[in-house]
Design a protein around this ligand. Structure first.
Ligand SMILES: [Zn+2]
Length: 162
């Protein structure tokens, strides 16, 4: 038996001012998306913005439902929208942010496992890594160069091949 360790790499920026203009503007688009969040139950708004290779911006926000499992996270709303409406235009970057009046968010909110798995699927499908930024209105920004950094044991169907 051997103990093994996996390390993941990400960059931390003290605040949005340290970002490039392009990354800062994508974070601002994610903040804009907070406005369309439908979150009457949790009061926890999540906004995301994807930048496609063409430069087009795709928005997503969390969409809750009185039948709780029927709702969907902001990330998957945006990713599925891009997949349906802009096939062939790869997603190059994604900014995700959250806001709530219930408590202070001092560090970025990261995505749930289901959203990471969907990001992984699109990254594999398009064969272009997706830069992911978790942006916090009151704190630092975390950025990864791709989904694998967030989910080193991600499920790939090629593991099913014989
Ligand atoms: Zn999610």
């Amino acid at each position: 038996m051997q103990e093994k360790t996996i390390t993941i790499a990400f960059s931390e920026y003290a605040d949005e001012e340290e970002l490039t203009d392009s990354d800062r503007s994508l974070c601002a688009e994610a903040v804009k998306a907070l406005g369309t969040s439908h979150s009457p139950y949790s009061k926890f708004r999540v906004g995301t913005a994807l930048r496609l290779r063409s430069g087009k911006i795709i928005y997503g926000s969390n969409q809750e439902n009185v039948a709780y499992p029927s709702g969907l996270c902001a990330e998957r709303v945006a990713l599925f929208s891009a997949g349906v409406n802009h096939p062939g235009d790869p997603i190059v970057a994604m900014a995700i942010t959250a806001q709530t009046g219930n408590f202070e968010l001092t560090q970025p909110v990261t995505s749930c496992g289901a959203c990471l798995q969907v990001m992984a699927e699109y990254e594999k499908k398009q064969e272009v890594p997706i830069e992911i930024m978790f942006y916090c209105l009151e704190g630092p920004v975390w950025k990864t160069k791709g989904v694998r950094s967030l989910m080193p044991f991600m499920f790939y169907e090629n593991r099913l091949e014989k």
